[in-house]
Design a protein around this ligand. Structure first.
Ligand SMILES: [Zn+2]
Length: 160
């Protein structure tokens, strides 16, 4: 997989969440599809962390009852056009880096899901949508190579 492409609507959802929770980590799940021809993931739907999410300066945990319910509902209602792609969360950094806890969690999610899972992280310190390329990172765990990779993130001004 070469890249991850976010739609305009997906970026706006993340921006709104980071603006609301601008002193603590927040996050949620990513939905979209995989395009074989472009060898790319397309993210067009962002799910928030839910009402019982834990949002602290150095810690974020989804409200799993809520996010799993939302994932099931949106995937079922999409007639096969959407699938679960991974997770997103914010960090108290300008240029975000995955923590050891993040990598361990990505490893466990990938093994548990049985497919590649994307982890995207956004730096919420002085977060500015104009600098989103610098303030974001996407990581995957490659099972066959037993290694973590960072994958280019592309932010489109379009919907798909
Ligand atoms: Zn993290």
């Amino acid at each position: 997989m070469d890249k991850i492409i976010f739609s305009n609507r997906a970026i706006i959802s993340i921006q709104n969440e980071i603006n609301i929770y601008n002193k603590v980590e927040t996050g949620g799940a990513l939905l979209g599809y995989f395009d074989k021809k472009n060898n790319a993931y397309y993210v067009n739907t962002v799910i928030d962390g839910g009402p019982k999410a834990i949002r602290e300066i150095y810690n974020f945990k989804c409200d799993l009852d809520y996010t799993n319910m939302m994932i099931d509902k949106l995937v079922n209602d999409s007639n096969g056009s959407l699938r679960y792609l991974g997770e997103w969360h914010s960090h108290p950094q300008y240029t975000p880096e995955p923590s050891d806890v993040d990598l361990e969690s990505l490893y466990n999610m990938t093994i548990g899901y049985g497919k590649e899972v994307i982890m995207t992280i956004f730096g919420f310190i002085d977060f500015d949508i104009e600098n989103i390329e610098k303030q974001s990172i996407a990581v995957i765990y490659n099972k066959s190579e037993n290694a973590f990779y960072s994958i280019p993130l592309i932010f489109e001004k379009e919907e798909f």
